[in-house]
Structures are given as C-alpha cells and as structure tokens.
Design a protein around this ligand. Structure first.
Ligand code: SAM
Ligand code: SF4
Ligand code: SF4
Length: 367
C-alpha cells in the first residue's frame, strides 16, 4: 500500500511576541496590505473527487484524512474568528473540503453570524460549496444566518460534469441546489467554474448562455497550480482573456468597475443588458498586491498565502491555554511579517527551483 502524504505536516508554532499590541483593526503586512478576509476550512473531506483538486489516484480509500480531534472545534473557530475580526477581518468564507459535510455546520454559522466589526457592522459571512447538499441544506443555512453562497459548477453537460467530479454526481442536483439557495433568499449567489483546457472549456459558452440574465453571477476561474497532486501544466490553463474573447464573439461584453478594492474577479457586462460575468485570473494576472486574505486550515494552521508551504499553528496556542491577548499578538505578528506574493513570483520561482517546495492542497487549506 502506497500512501502519498499530501497534507502538509511541516509547520511552525505561531510565535507570541513579548509585547503584544492591542488590535486596532488597522493591521497591515510588509506590502501594506490590510487583513480583511478570512477563509476557514471546516473539513478536509469531500464527497467529490474533482480531477483538478482531489484526484482519485491520490485521495483514494487509503488516503488518511484528519481525525476528528485534530479539527478545530466550533468554539475554537469562533474564538479565533473573533480575534481576526478585531484585527480588521470583515469577510469570512467557510470552505473545505466540502463545508456542508461538517456536522452541524449551521451551529457554527449561527455563532459567526453574530460577530460584528469594531464599527458594529455585521460580517460578510459566506460559504463555498460544490452544491451537492445545497438543496437539502439551503433553508437551514439561511435560518442559521448565512447571507451569501458561492457554488462551484464546472459544466452543464452531465457527462462532462460527472467526469470532472469523478464520483458520478449528476449536474441536475447541483442546479437544484442553486435554485434552492435562491428560493430561500440567499443573496448575490455566485457560480464558479474552473476552466481546464481540453476537459471543460467547450462548456464556457453553454454556461455563459445558461446564467446570462439569471439572478446568478457566473465567474470563470483559471486552473491553478495549487497543491501537489493535480499534475498542473500551464498548457491546460485557459486564460481569462481567452474566456472573454470566446463569450464576446457571441454575446458582446464590456468591462465594468470592481465592486470594491481587492475584488478578485474582473467584471464584464453583457452589452444587451443580460447581466454580468466575472473572470478570476489567478494565473495570468496576479492580484497579490491587493490580497487581503488569510486562511485557517481545518486543524488550525494559519496560512498567509494559498501557495504557502508552511502554516502557523494557532491550535497549539489555543490548546496550550494561551490568553486571547497572546493569540491576538501571534496573529498580528504573523500578518505584520507577511510578504507573500506567490502568483507574482510564479514564473521566476518555477524557473529557479529545481525541486519546487511541496505546497498544501486546496482541499486542506480551502479555496
Ligand atoms: N468543495 C467546495 C467547492 O468545491 O466549492 C469548497 C472547497 S474548493 C477547494 C473551493 C474552490 O476551489 C472551488 O471553487 C474549486 O473549484 C476551486 N479549485 C480547486 N482546485 C482548483 C484549482 N486547481 N484551480 C482553480 N480552482 C480550484
Ligand atoms: Fe471537493 Fe471542492 Fe475540491 Fe471539488 S473542488 S474536490 S468539490 S473540495
Ligand atoms: Fe494572495 Fe498568495 Fe494568491 Fe498572491 S498568490 S493573491 S498573495 S494568496
């Protein structure tokens, strides 16, 4: 039996500075980027085996997922989230793995939805899901206080979709999930499509047509070199420019302003008034200079970049009985030291490293 360890076990304990400063909400890193977004991975498990994320050859029946005791408890997540909010976080996204697989996720949502920014505003609380359980859970998620949801959907064609999720899951169930989310009143529902050349790029136009004029905003994501198990190659990336070109040839588009500074998706509107689409150019046009995002892994490690090779163990501090002031100090210490800009350095880095560092998996750290 061969087990390929893809969860990154290398990590540093987070450092507690001798003189912990009180949170001001104005924390910035080495590149003057504030801390505004926190992505929390609530499970490393998933009911899909998307070929670009958790390929079956690696995430098979021998794959060892984290034991329950390693996961941050809801109390631990809430405590950390509260400290992050005091440091300036305004948006929290629950992710995974598949976040709807985490038992009683609604309880966590209810707790997080009561958090407010230092100015008293409610948080922008959202969740990214593959949609498989959404039809069943939309109402309870909404009731718990979830405001928005993003659904990943890579194809409308059932055969292509089943091939991509690799567990033979039918596309109609995800479409029902999206409709259910809308019906219960979850707002600004986004649909994210990862485009992998030669696999689902023929679905760009059908997806655009389907969601044009609907209440849902479709966004195309460039296939990224995250993790170490998807066998990423640059020639499988369909650039955002190509996506826009293909749609524009049939349904003319014009660029529009970002909703806010640091928005990851570039927005385009249909000239005939049919709404908008977005493109997330993580590979061809990096947005590191405005990246305000921290990621908390399922077992409580803080990653300051999606492509980081090392997390900082906050769970160890929680479980060693440190005070809020200590942990808050550790968070500010880490963010102040942050200088990550992997995407900007991507080409240089891959050229320079004979053996690239092993990166953590998207399913572990959250997308
Ligand atoms: N399971 C949930 C889902 O699929 O929405 C949440 C976790 S998933 C890791 C979050 C997002 O990451 C999804 O939209 C997924 O399509 C995206 N993703 C995963 N691997 C990717 C890759 N190699 N390149 C680009 N996006 C990727
Ligand atoms: Fe699961 Fe989401 Fe990864 Fe697909 S992209 S395997 S649904 S975690
Ligand atoms: Fe942010 Fe890292 Fe992605 Fe750059 S590469 S946008 S720093 S997560």
């Amino acid at each position: 039996m061969k087990i390929i360890p893809v969860t990154d076990v290398r990590h540093k304990a987070a450092t507690i500075p001798a003189l912990a400063e009180a949170p001001t909400g104005l924390l910035t890193d080495q590149l003057t980027r504030p801390l505004r977004d926190l992505r929390i991975s609530v499970t490393d498990r998933c009911n899909f085996r998307c070929v670009y994320c958790m390929p079956k050859q690696v995430f098979d029946k021998n794959y060892v997922f984290l034991p329950q005791t390693d996961l941050l408890s809801f109390e631990e997540i809430l405590r950390l989230a509260t400290l992050f909010v005091a440091h300036g976080v305004e948006k929290i996204r629950l992710t995974g793995g598949e976040p709807l697989l985490r038992k009683h996720i609604e309880k966590l949502i209810a707790q997080l939805s009561r958090l407010t920014t230092p100015e008293g505003r409610p948080l922008d609380l959202t969740l990214t899901t593959n949609g498989a359980l959404l039809a069943k859970k939309a109402q309870s998620l909404k009731d718990a206080g979830l405001r928005r949801v993003t659904v990943s959907l890579d194809s409308l064609d059932d055969t292509t979709f089943r091939r991509m999720n690799d567990v033979d899951f039918p596309v109609t169930d995800v479409l029902h999930g999206i409709d259910a989310a809308h019906a219960v009143g979850l707002s600004s529902i986004k649909v994210n499509m990862v485009v992998k050349g030669g696999v689902n790029d023929q679905e760009i136009l059908p997806m655009a047509r389907h969601f044009k004029g609907s209440p849902f905003i479709l966004r195309f994501i460039e296939y990224m070199d995250v993790g170490a198990s998807n066998g990423w190659q640059m020639d499988e990336v369909i650039s955002s420019a190509q996506v826009i070109e293909r749609i524009h040839a049939h349904m003319p588009l014009a660029p529009i302003e970002a909703n806010y500074a640091g928005e990851t998706a570039a927005r385009w509107r249909y000239l005939d008034g049919g709404g908008e689409v977005g493109v997330i150019s993580s590979v061809t046009q990096s947005f590191c200079h405005e990246c305000t995002r921290a990621r908390l892994s399922t077992e409580g490690k803080l990653f300051t970049c999606l492509f980081a090779t090392q997390g900082h163990d906050l769970r160890a501090l929680l479980r060693a009985g440190h005070t809020d002031a200590d942990i808050s100090g550790a968070i500010s210490h880490l963010w102040r030291a942050r200088s990550d800009r992997y995407s900007e350095l991507r080409s240089q880095q891959t050229a320079n490293l004979e053996q690239p560092l092993r990166r953590v998996e998207m399913s572990y750290i959250g997308g």
